[in-house]
Write a protein that binds this ligand. Structure first.
Ligand code: PGA
Length: 252
C-alpha cells in the first residue's frame, strides 16, 4: 500500500503572518489523520516560521526550490543544508514555472534531485507537457524525457515523489480528466518499473497537480496510480485545502 500525499504549493504568496495563520489552521484541521503525509511549501521567507508552527504535528515542511551546492558564492540561492536547518523534509524540484520563467532544464532538475537525495530531503520532481505538446501527440515523449533525464544516475527511488502536472492545467481551471491523468500516471510508473524494478516503482507516490479543488479531487484520487495531489491555488484557503486532504485521506 502506498501512502497518500497532499502537498500545498503556496508559490509566491503569503506574508509571514498569513503563512503562520494558514499553517496553524491546516495543522489543527488535519490533526489525527493517518496513513499519509500533509506537506506545506511556503515561500522561503516563511519556512522557518511555518516550521515552528507545525512542529510536532503530522504536517511536513517543504521548500519550493533548492540549489545544488551546500554553501558559497551563489547570490540569491538556498542550499539543502539551510533547508534542513529550518526543518524541511521535502523540496519541490522542476516545477513548470521554474522551467518556464527561470529556464531550468532537465539537467538542472537532475542535479537538484541528486543533491536533495544526498542531503536526505525528499524531492517532489514535477513533470508535465504543455498544451501544444499534447495537441501534437508527444505527451509521452516529453514525460519520458523529463523522467529519464531528471532521474539520470539516481540509484534508488524509495525517497522520491513524482508530480504529474500538465502545464495546461496549472492555474487555468482546466483539470485533466481522470482518464487522461491515470494514463500518464500509469505511463510514468511503467518507466520507473523498467528503470528500477516493479517493487520500487510500486512504492513511489505519483501526485496529480493542475487546478485541483475539493470538488474535482474525488474522482481523480479513485484512480489506481494517482496517490495524492500537488495543489497550488486551492492550497491558499483553509477550507479548500482541508477539503482536499479529507477527500484524499478518506479514499486512499
Ligand atoms: P494550481 O497549481 O493548483 O493552482 O493549478 C498547481 C501547481 O502549480 O502545483
Amino acid at each position: 500500500m502506498r501512502k497518500w500525499i497532499v502537498a500545498g504549493n503556496w508559490k509566491m504568496n503569503n506574508t509571514l503572518a498569513e503563512s503562520i495563520a494558514l499553517a496553524k489552521a491546516i495543522k489543527e484541521g488535519s490533526s489525527g489523520l493517518q496513513g499519509g503525509a500533509i506537506v506545506l511549501a511556503p515561500p522561503f521567507t516563511a519556512l522557518a516560521a511555518v516550521g515552528e508552527t507545525i512542529k510536532g504535528s503530522n504536517v511536513s515542511l517543504c521548500a519550493q526550490n533548492i540549489y545544488c551546492e551546500d554553501k558559497g558564492a551563489f547570490t540569491g540561492e538556498i542550499s539543502p543544508v539551510m533547508l534542513k536547518d529550518v526543518g524541511c523534509t521535502y523540496v519541490i524540484i522542476g516545477h513548470s514555472e521554474r522551467r518556464k520563467y527561470f529556464h531550468e532544464g532537465d539537467n538542472d532538475v537532475n542535479l537538484k534531485v541528486k543533491k536533495a537525495i544526498s542531503a536526505g530531503l525528499t524531492p517532489i520532481m514535477c513533470v508535465g507537457e504543455t498544451e501544444e505538446e499534447r495537441v501534437k501527440g508527444i505527451t509521452q515523449d516529453v514525460i519520458s524525457r523529463q523522467i529519464n533525464q531528471g532521474l539520470k544516475d539516481v540509484e534508488k527511488i524509495e525517497c522520491i515523489v513524482i508530480a504529474y502536472e500538465p502545464v495546461w492545467a496549472i492555474g487555468t481551471g482546466k483539470v485533466a480528466t481522470t482518464a487522461q491523468a491515470q494514463e500518464v500516471h500509469a505511463f510514468i510508473r511503467g518507466i520507473l518499473k523498467d528503470k528500477f524494478g516493479s517493487n520500487a516503482a510500486n512504492n513511489v507516490c505519483i501526485l496529480y497537480g493542475g487546478s485541483v479543488t475539493k470538488d474535482n479531487i474525488g474522482d481523480l484520487i479513485s484512480m489506481d496510480d494517482i496517490d495524492g495531489a500537488l495543489v497550488g491555488g486551492a492550497s491558499l484557503k483553509t477550507d479548500g485545502f482541508l477539503g482536499i486532504i479529507k477527500k484524499i485521506s478518506g479514499k486512499k
